[in-house]
Design a protein around this ligand. Structure first.
Ligand SMILES: [Mg+2]
Length: 217
């Protein structure tokens, strides 16, 4: 599986840490995405009607009804990420969960977004009181989590709302504890059942004790 060289470079910069590792997706795990994004789209003259668990094919220009193609979706996402401080708040219960976990685990946020948005997201997370390490990747998450883990045997837990990211980590780190958490559980209706070995969490209140138990905290 391919490795994102910029993500690898970001990981090289980190200090070694022996604590159990907790890797978290950002959009719809730590920060709200699917709730604010339609409001952003509306402000730009577009509408999101989720008929499947994807953006492309579900966003239309309001005036014409025209469904927009992938490059336009990516451009709007880029604008949204540039303006994320105006739109994205912390997901319900996440701050309390982090407080409960304290400094017993190394918490790393691994966000699949173009690297150019890293500084904006860093500043926004800091402003929200979330000083955790932040890595960006433009490729699969599995190799990044394997590299982050460092030495064999260090307990690893990974939380994401995208099943494909969970499967990627499952394929790269066979003994990782995997958790599927979605800021909006109604979207589960669009997804097939989660693959074996992945634990479904309804919210952060349920997540915190389960993650702590998995990591032996
Ligand atoms: Mg996400």
């Amino acid at each position: 599986m391919s490795d994102d060289p910029e993500t690898a470079r970001q990981i090289e910069e980190l200090a070694a840490d022996d604590r159990p590792l907790l890797v978290l997706d950002v959009d719809d795990v730590v920060l709200e995405f699917v709730r604010p994004f339609p409001h952003f789209l509306k402000s730009r003259g577009f509408g999101l009607t989720l008929a499947s668990f994807r953006l492309t094919g579900n966003i239309a220009e309001t005036a014409s009804g025209r469904l927009i193609e992938q490059p336009e979706v990516m451009a709007l996402l880029g604008e949204f990420f540039d303006a994320q401080a105006d739109w994205q708040s912390i997901t319900d219960g996440a701050a309390e969960a982090f407080a409960a976990l304290g400094d017993r685990a190394e918490i790393v946020l691994l966000t699949a977004m173009p690297h150019k948005h890293r500084a904006v997201r860093r500043a926004h997370l800091d402003a929200l009181g979330l000083p955790y390490l932040l890595l960006t990747t433009e490729m699969a998450k599995g190799p990044a989590v394997a590299k982050l883990r460092g030495k064999e045997g260090r307990p690893v837990a990974f939380v994401d709302d995208q099943p494909s990211n969970l499967v990627s980590v499952q394929n790269s780190v066979a003994d990782a504890y995997l958790f599927h958490l979605m800021a909006d559980n109604s979207l589960r209706a669009f997804l097939p059942p989660v693959p074996d070995g992945i634990v479904v969490l309804q919210d952060w209140r349920e997540a915190a004790p389960k993650i702590a138990a998995a990591l032996g905290l």
